[in-house]
Ligand binder design. Structure first.
Ligand code: BG6
Length: 511
């Protein structure tokens, strides 16, 4: 299922190659291009979803000839492709690679780009449709958009489109996100802007909407009458992977919570949209984010936990403390873990807590949404210990081992009434045999066909920031004295367990 399938509900046969176009990647010499974008474009070519009239232009400040660029990407694709590379297919793609070296802030770069794009339109028949992908450091976003505008490269007309994909981080806090949106909007219409969150490219994330709104079984139960609480966990085993410099000024709230976890939250809790058109879906996401009860500094103390890993062992390998990672301050107070309790003040969810957590160097890589239903009145089972009456859980496993699991109680065979929790399991790989993908395929294809459903609108991003900014401010005002407060390879600080324990609950995955 592609998101095109979600938004326009086409038949499988109507999913066609995108329209002729050129993709211009700013920051093409960097990691994102080799690890994710090129493998995703290769997979799209493999699925016949790229048009015949197609080209890719890499722009970066690294001095490199076009031939060097082609050879570099030919080596990289063999390392990072998610499938075995077919030489013939790659060669066809390779012939459409162009390279321009230049400074992002220099108007001259854009004049050269203009000439190159005109040349490519003639050589490859790309018809003046351009997708600009900003895979650079966030400092350049505004300048690149302004320069593209000044060079008239963003002007659309009836015959051709111009779109811009902007990578995360989109802003650093509410004020900077607003400033970035404002700067961009002086050049681009909102319909030209595609703010990416790669979690929305994951099949299992897109499936949340299909699961909720395409089945009659669960949606009637999806509310405060039947649900006790919801947990969202995004656990990583990796540390900062040589990105200490970036992560120091970022931390888990900005890197993961404000974007990836809030997208999962919105997909899980939003109202049914009136259609699967982009704005209908994004309107509902905004309404949901707006209903999150803002945390006062006092509430931050009780409902938000942050942590930083110390040295420890992950999957039997000794790993250093965050403060000992390269390019991290020895007294850093950057959080590598965060857990929040959020309340959503609307008709459906009033009184149902949402617990969200994410952290690095946890024992397992796992992303899941777990819905705990309310207990039955236990009159019939009075004699049984309370522990054996486990509630029903529905767990949406986003990754790895993608699937959906329902836990319910069953009678253990035998003369006595004894209840044990058992599971019904749906596993994607068993049903559909998951084709390995990067998650960027859907997003790139959707942008090429002009479907913004899986991209964040300006208001979505700002609403996310308005929820986390008071938390960041409160933490900045009272820097933590106890960091590091969890050992690598454990499930985070004790306070995160207490966040649930004080309400008689516990994290579903905790050992
Ligand atoms: C990125 C973050 O957005 O998402 C990384 O910057 C994080 O720090 C990554 O590791 C996680 O993505 P995934 O798809 O591996 O869960």
């Amino acid at each position: 299922m592609t998101s095109a399938a979600i938004s326009h509900l086409p038949t499988e046969a109507s999913v066609r190659p995108a329209e002729p176009c050129t993709i211009v990647i700013f920051g093409a010499a960097g990691d994102l291009t080799k690890r994710l974008l090129m493998p995703a474009l290769y997979n799209l070519a493999h699925s016949n979803l790229l048009p015949e009239e197609f080209a890719i232009v890499g722009v970066a400040h690294t001095m490199m000839s076009q031939d060097d660029f082609r050879s570099k990407l030919s080596r990289d694709i063999r390392e990072f492709a998610t499938v075995a590379v077919e030489d013939q297919l790659w060669e066809r793609l390779e012939q459409r690679l162009y390279y321009l070296s230049g400074e992002f802030q220099d108007a001259n770069t854009y004049h050269q780009l203009q000439d190159l794009l005109t040349q490519i339109d003639q050589e490859c028949g790309t018809q003046g449709n351009y997708l600009f992908y900003l895979a650079t450091s966030a400092n350049f976003f505004c300048d690149i958009v302004a320069q593209l505008g000044a060079a008239k490269l963003t002007q659309e007309d009836d015959k051709h489109w111009r779109r811009v994909i902007i990578e995360k981080p989109f802003g650093h806090d509410l004020a900077s996100a607003r400033a970035l949106n404002k700067g961009i909007s002086t050049v681009l219409k909102e319909s030209q802007v595609y703010r990416i969150d790669h979690y929305l490219g994951k099949e299992t994330v897109q499936n949340i909407l299909v699961f909720r709104f395409g089945n009659g079984l669960f949606e009637p139960l999806w509310n405060r009458e039947h649900i006790d609480h919801i947990q969202i966990t995004v656990a990583e085993t990796v540390g900062v992977e040589g990105r200490g410099n970036f992560y120091e000024g970022t931390g888990a709230v900005r890197d993961m919570m404000q974007n990836h976890l809030f997208q999962l939250l919105a997909m899980t809790a939003m109202e049914p949209p009136i259609s699967f058109e982009a704005d209908a879906v994004r309107d509902e996401k905004s309404k949901l984010l707006k209903s999150i009860v803002p945390l006062t500094p006092e509430a931050v103390l009780h409902n938000a936990v942050h942590g930083q890993y110390g040295a420890g062992s992950v999957k039997d390998t000794e790993v250093p403390a965050y403060r000992s990672e390269p390019r991290v301050a020895p007294d850093s107070t950057t959080e590598t873990y965060v857990a929040l309790k959020l309340n959503i003040d609307n008709w459906r969810w009033a009184g149902v807590p949402f617990y969200l957590r994410t952290g690095k160097r946890l024992p397992k890589r796992l992303t899941e949404i777990s819905i705990q239903f309310k207990q039955v009145p236990s009159l019939l089972f009075r004699q049984m210990s309370i522990d054996s009456l486990t509630p029903n859980f529905l767990t949406i496993r986003i990754q790895p081992e993608e699937g959906i699991h329902l836990q319910f109680g069953a009678k253990v065979p035998g003369p006595a009434i004894k209840i044990d929790p058992v599971e019904m399991d749906f596993c994607y790989a068993n049903y559909f045999g998951m084709a390995p993908s990067t998650g960027y395929e859907t997003l790139l294809y959707d942008c090429m066909i002009g479907d913004a459903t899986l991209f964040q609108r300006a208001d979505n991003v700002e609403l996310g920031w308005s929820v986390v900014t008071p938390i960041l401010d409160a933490w900045a005002a009272t820097p933590p004295q106890t960091f590091p407060n969890y050992a690598a390879g454990t499930w985070g600080p004790k306070a995160a367990d207490e966040l649930l324990q004080k309400e008689g609950r516990r994290w579903r995955v905790h050992q």
